[in-house]
Design a protein around this ligand. Sequence first.
Ligand SMILES: [Zn+2]
Length: 209
Amino acid sequence: MAKKKVSAKKKKEVKGRAQALRKIGTKKIVQLKKKKPVKKKAQPKEKRPIEFIGRTTRIRQADPATVIEWPRSITHVHTYGMLSPFFQGLREGKLMATRCSNGACSEKRLWIPPRAHCPDCHAEMVWEALTNPVIGKIYTFTEVVYAGTGIELSTPYWQVDVEIPGLATIPKSYLLYGKPYIGMKVKAEFRTKRPTNTVLDYYWVPYEG
Ligand SMILES: [Zn+2]
C-alpha cells in the first residue's frame, strides 16, 4: 500500500514539473538541467573506495626484520569530580583541604590530598583553605633520578613528604630548588602562571624563618 502511495505522489510531481517547465521557458530548463549532475555525484556507499586517513609509518630498520615507527597519541579525558575545589584552589594559589563533616567522627584533622568522603566514617567532607603562607616540615625525602612514564618534571628532582600543621596526612610533592633534609622548613608555592591543572601546580621552596 505504501509503495503505491509513493509512486502516485512521484507521478504527480513529475507531471507538475513538466507543466512548470513549459511555463518558464528554455532558460530555466537549462538551469534545472545543470543541477542534475550534482545528484549523480553522490555515489552509492558500496562504490566508494576506502581511504587511509592515518599517518604513515617510517621504517626504522628493514633487516633482519622490518621495524616501523608508528606515532600514537591519545587524549586522556579525566574528571576531578568532587575533588575539583582542590585544583581550583591551586589555580588561585591556595591549598584546599577537606575535613569530616560528622561531629561524632574521631578524625578531626584535615586531609591533603583531599577526600570526597571521610575514610573513617564515610561522611561527606567539607572544604577548608589553608592560610597562606603554608609552612611545612620535611618528614622524609627521596631523590628521583629516573621518573616513571607520565612524570613531567625534569630529573633529578627531590620528592618530599611534608608535614603540615593540622593535617591527618603527610602529602607528597617536590622541592623546587635546594637540598632537603629531615626537619627542614619549607613553604608552599603555586604555579598560577601557565598552570598544568594537575597536582604539580604546588611545590615547596626552602623557608628561612
Ligand atoms: Zn569522619
